[in-house]
Structures are given as C-alpha cells and as structure tokens.
Design a protein around this ligand. Structure first.
Ligand SMILES: Nc1ncnc2c1ncn2[C@@H]1O[C@H](COP(=O)(O)OP(=O)(O)O)[C@@H](O)[C@H]1O
Ligand SMILES: CC(=O)OP(=O)(O)O
Ligand SMILES: [Mg+2]
Length: 490
C-alpha cells in the first residue's frame, strides 16, 4: 500500500479488509502494533485471517494475532481508567472552530483549540495550545467545495493523535437555532436532527453548517454521543412583549416570534460578569457581542430581557455582511421592482450587505480601520451609529444602564470602535478611560463614569463544553448508534 492512509473502524462494527494475496491486508494491524498504537479509545479485537487457499498467509495472520492481541489487550485495560475528553464544534459557513477539553469531576480543562477556516475555498487548519502557542498549522491544496465531513475527518485524526491519554467521550455543538422546542442542551438523535433541519430557513447562514458537522460526526464516530447547545436558548425567557412579533396571530401561533441569538456567548459573559462584579451583574446591563455577526442583549439579574436579533439572525445591528434591521418594504421592493428572486435577496441580506456592502471593501473591521478609502469610514460610521441607537433603545427597556460590556472579535479587539461608541453615549454618563481602552483592560471606564464599561472575552466553546459535561453527568447518553440506525431504517 502506497502513501498515507487514514482509516477508522466505528465501534461495534466489523471491518473486512479484502484484497489479493500479498496486497498488504495484514499491514495495518502490524502498523497498529508497532508504530501507531491507539492513543485513545478502546481497541479490542479478535483477529481471524480468512484465506482458504493459502496456508502461508493464514499463518501470517496468526503471527500478527500473536503480536497484536496482547498489545491491544493492554491498551484496552488502560483505556477503562482514561480521563475523558469532550470535543466542541462551532461550524459556520466558512469555518469550523473546535476545542478539546478534559472532563474533570465538576470542571473542564482546555487541552487545545483551533479552527479550520476558508471552507469552500482554500481551507486552512490551525491548532493551538491553551496558551495560544501554535501546535499545528497547514493549508490544504485548493479544494473548491470541500465538505464539512471531508475536513472533519483530518481534524478528528489530529485530535485523536493529540489526545494525551484521554478518550474522546462526547461532542458538543453550537446549534444556532433551537426554534420553539429546544430551550436546553439536548442529546442529538434522529428526531432532534429532523426537527433542527426544519429550522434551516430561519438561519440559512448557520444552521445547515451546524448540522453538517453533526451528520459528519455521526458518520465518522457513531459511537460518540452528540449534544446540541442552542444560541436561542438563553433568550427563551424574555418577557412576552419582547418575544412577540406584530404579525397576525396565526403566524405568531405557528412559531413566528423573536428568538434572539448569540445566547451561548451571552450566557458565558453573564457568568464571567457574576465573578468579576457580582453586584453589577444583578443590575441593568447591556452586552455587545460584536463579531462578524453582531447583537446586543439587555440583561437584568443576568437574564436576557431583550435582544436586537429576532426571528432570524438578520435583525438588529449592522454586521459584517448583514444589514441588520431593514424596512421590510425594502425587501418587497427588491423583489417586486428590482426583480431579484428570493435566493438573490437572501444572498444580498446574508452575504453582501453590512460592512462589506457599505464599504465595498471588506467585512473585516481590521481592513476597514486601516483603509484610507472614505467608503470604509462610511461603513464604520454606520456600524457605530446603529449600535449607539440600539443601546439607546435597550437602555429605555431597562430603565437605565449600570454596565456596558464589549465582547467578540470587534468588541474585544477594536479599541477605536469602543471609544467612538462610548463618546456617543456621553449623554448617558459613559466616560471611556482611553488609556485603559487602548490596552484592552477589563474595566475601560473612568471612575467618574456613571456607567461601568467592561471588555470581556467571550468563550462559546467553554460554555458548550460545560453544558455537554453537565448533560453527561446528569443523563446517561442515548444509545450511541440511534441516530445512524434510525437513518438507515428510514
Ligand atoms: N484586532 C482586531 N481589530 C479589529 N477588528 C478585529 C480584530 N480582530 C478581529 N476583528 C474583527 O472581528 C471579526 C470576527 O469576530 P468573531 O467574533 O471571530 O466573529 P465570528 O465568530 O462571527 O466569526 C472580524 O471580522 C474582524 O472584523
Ligand atoms: C447568530 C450569528 O450571527 O452568529 P455568528 O456571529 O457566529 O455569525
Ligand atoms: Mg462567533
């Protein structure tokens, strides 16, 4: 056999290796024994070399069995005591973020994290240690259209090779839309997957990719329980008036309501604020998750009382490629007068608007901040304006403001954007400490500021791992192969 071959045998399944005499059927077993013993998982195996015509190769099989089985039995015994690890996946349209955690008694310890970006173009893989040192990075050859499954396979191989004695025990996913039914993390089985697939039109930029990662993992590791954690869940208990859309009742009753997103991030930020400033955390707080997708969440006692995203992740703030709130009449005009069909409108609203559309340059705030092009300035001005306007609205909802928290890519790293937002909120008593802001300190407001302004790094992966671990501890996982078997049956 030439070149490098990656293969995996799903638990409780039988792999037949067939091929002519001398083709190397025994080599993988010898390799497993000599060079590449399993670094995780339980490998228990009964070797039977079936070859009726050649006693020579039968004997060769026995030799392999003699050598391999004792080795594997030793591995098998030790894996029972192996520490367990959880993989988290946050699969977006062009990237898959992952993190690996060791599961402790009541906590999780980060082992490594990273991202595959550029999916659909030239995918790049980077894995880092907890201190952000690069462990591995490589770029695939241009593979237009590489699927999540094709890219998850090498990711899984890397993870398996880098598990330091831990055995992978579950996968936790960020699922953007949980719809009306899912308010808590759940194990994913066939019924859950089918229900989540129905929500794809409500989050076309995210849901299908989230679920592609689930399906890829079902295929690659049907033995692993998979857990769905929902972006919408944190907002589930918003007051009814904040949830309602002013549409005819029949549509509202059919599930058309404001859901809100970035909830995994907000839940994490609320927990961090409770640790950093417990009294403030009970007060009137606006969290600003400013990433490629962007939203605000108004919180009281650490709970969501309103948020800028709505039925879909198109509402609210201007974003990297999405316009945020837009007159519904403009959408009708695009279709009825400009002649765009639904797919073209969807593409425009999800992928061609926002910072990218206004600037005509980029959806990356870094590029816009560096650019001298006046269109970049237009985009930044509008981005800031819409945030300030929505903060005003949510401050009214809260009846005042005690703290403003910046987070996500732009919120954590773009000091000039934070500064401009704070300046525009001077009427609320916000005063930014420019030095602290430039240094990205946690508290960036002056001691005179009526509103405390903080920068808190979000960590959706930590939240997903915590929920996955909680579920593993609280409920035994469903039969691992349910999802796959249901699919085969259907
Ligand atoms: N140093 C930086 N300065 C300004 N903006 C930054 C910086 N680093 C990241 N960003 C912005 O953060 C955005 C991505 O944020 P992120 O939270 O990672 O988004 P997502 O998770 O939605 O992909 C990028 O598009 C970029 O505009
Ligand atoms: C919901 C959403 O917009 O997510 P993201 O910021 O990851 O695009
Ligand atoms: Mg994000």
């Amino acid at each position: 056999m030439a070149g490098s071959i990656r293969w995996s045998v799903p638990r409780r399944s039988i792999l037949f290796i067939v091929g002519p005499f001398g083709s190397g059927k025994n080599d993988p077993l010898r390799d497993a024994a000599d060079d590449g013993p399993a670094s995780s998982g339980t490998l228990a195996l009964h070797l039977t070399c079936i070859n009726e015509s050649s006693s020579q190769s039968w004997q060769r099989g026995l030799i392999v069995e003699d050598r391999v089985v004792p080795h594997l039995k030793a591995t098998s015994a030790t894996t029972l005591d192996m520490p367990k690890a959880i993989l988290t996946l946050n699969a977006g349209s062009s990237s898959i973020k992952f993190a690996l955690y060791q599961l402790g008694g009541s906590t999780q310890r980060l082992l490594s994290h990273g991202v595959i970006e550029g999916i659909g173009g030239t995918p790049r893989f980077i894995a880092r240690a907890p201190d952000a040192t690069v462990l591995e990075s490589y770029t695939w050859h241009r593979q237009e259209g590489s699927s999540h499954e094709e890219l998850l396979q090498p990711l899984l191989a890397w993870i398996t090779a880098h598990l330091d004695g831990e055995s992978l025990t579950a996968v936790g996913h960020r699922i953007v839309h949980g719809g009306q039914s899912f308010h808590f993390p759940v194990y994913i089985d066939h019924a859950v997957l089918a229900a989540l697939e129905k929500l794809i039109p409500l989050a076309p930029l995210h849901q299908s990719h989230n679920l592609a990662a689930v399906k890829a993992m079902v295929h690659l590791r049907p033995d692993l329980p998979q857990v769905a954690c929902f972006d919408t869940a944190f907002h589930h208990e918003m007051p009814a008036v904040a949830r309602r859309l002013p549409l005819p009742r029949t549509y509202v009753e059919a599930g058309m309501r404001r859901y809100g997103f970035h909830g995994i991030s907000y839940e994490y930020l609320a927990s961090r604020l409770r640790l950093l400033a417990p009294t403030l955390a009970k007060g009137r707080v606006i969290m600003a998750h400013l990433g490629n997708g962007a939203s605000l969440c108004a919180m009281r006692h650490g709970r969501s009382v309103d948020t800028t995203m709505s039925f879909t992740a198109l509402d609210g703030l201007m974003m990297g490629t999405r316009p945020g709130s837009i007159d519904a009449g403009a959408v009708l005009y695009l279709q009825q007068t400009c002649g765009l069909d639904a797919a073209a409108v969807e593409r425009m609203l999800y992928q061609e608007s926002g910072l990218l559309g206004v600037s005509g340059i980029s959806n990356d705030m870094r590029a816009l901040l560096e650019s001298q092009d006046p269109r970049a300035r237009d985009a930044i001005d509008l981005f800031v304006y819409r945030i300030v306007k929505e903060i005003g609205a949510l401050t009214s909802v809260l009846g005042g403001l005690d703290a403003l928290v910046f987070s996500a890519g732009i919120g954590e790293h773009a000091a000039p954007i934070r500064s401009e937002i704070c300046d525009a909120l001077a009427w609320l008593g916000v005063e930014c400490d420019e030095v602290a802001n430039d240094h990205h300190e946690t508290l960036i407001s002056t001691s005179r500021s009526v509103v405390r302004v903080l920068v808190i790094g979000t960590d959706e992966e930590a939240m997903i791992a915590a929920h996955t671990a909680d579920l593993l501890r609280e409920q035994s996982s469903p039969r691992m192969n349910d999802c796959l078997e249901d699919r085969r049956a259907s």
